[in-house]
Design a binder for this molecule. Structure first.
Ligand code: IYR
Length: 224
């Protein structure tokens, strides 16, 4: 490698192999209990929990370590209402035909429609933005690299963190989502990526049968 400033890795933890095996299975058992939920309780969630989860998301790897993401965490009721109104307007057009027949057929098994009450019920909406411009510090306005990949990985970390602390999420993607820029007061160079809904599940929360179908290890992997 070329000369550059660095420090020795100091926080790596090595486990005995038997413990690694147990931990890998334990993680799988925990993460397979994550389900996308569309019925949320209005029970509040302490902001500090959301802050910690966003801090965890912010540790994700990213192109040139530019961390090209911004998380607008919304608990304010009138802002949530404004998001619901704008999202439902897009969803009405989508379900009325803009989505196209094949897409709308694919959603039948999930039972989704243009009504998004959870956008007001859930205690937190986290609007995730992908930044075209930035740098390793907040002041920079350079080109960012692998933006969608980086923000996708950070979003995965965030979903995992929220699940880990006992919350449920919905990865919501009204299309188009540019109304979020104005509501969240973000510059044009920030592109709304996913609107994550987070909170406790409602008492009657359901998981669609369709969502429980997971491909097997041999379906999703090849060992060479
Ligand atoms: N954004 C719409 C439609 C939708 C699209 C996909 I792909 C889904 O997996 C679920 C829903 C909605 O939220 O209803």
């Amino acid at each position: 490698m070329k000369e550059h400033n660095s420090k020795p890795l100091s926080d790596f933890v090595e486990y005995p192999e038997s413990e690694m095996l147990a931990r890998s299975d334990d993680f799988y058992q925990q993460i397979k209990r994550r389900h996308t939920i569309r019925e949320f309780s209005d029970r509040p969630v302490d902001q500090r929990i959301i802050e910690n989860c966003i801090k965890a998301a912010g540790t994700a790897p990213s192109g040139a370590n530019h961390q090209p993401w911004h998380f607008s965490a919304i608990s304010d009721a009138s802002t949530k209402s404004a998001i619901r109104i704008a999202a439902e307007k897009e969803e009405q057009a989508f379900y009325a035909g803009r989505g196209g027949e094949e897409w709308l057929n694919a959603l039948e098994a999930l039972g989704t429609d243009d009504q998004k009450p959870y956008l007001e019920t859930a205690p937190w909406l986290i609007s995730i933005f992908a930044q075209q411009k930035g740098g390793v510090t907040i002041e920079e306005q350079n080109k960012n690299y692998y933006v969608r990949e980086s923000v996708g990985i950070a979003t995965g970390f965030l979903i995992n963190a929220l699940h880990h602390c006992g919350l449920v999420t919905l990865t919501h993607t009204p299309k188009p989502m540019n109304f979020l820029n104005e509501i969240c007061n973000r510059p044009k160079t920030d592109k709304a990526y996913i609107l994550l809904v987070a909170g406790y599940p409602a008492d009657n929360a359901q998981v669609p049968d369709h969502a429980m179908i997971k491909k097997s290890l041999s379906d999703i992997s090849t060992f060479i």
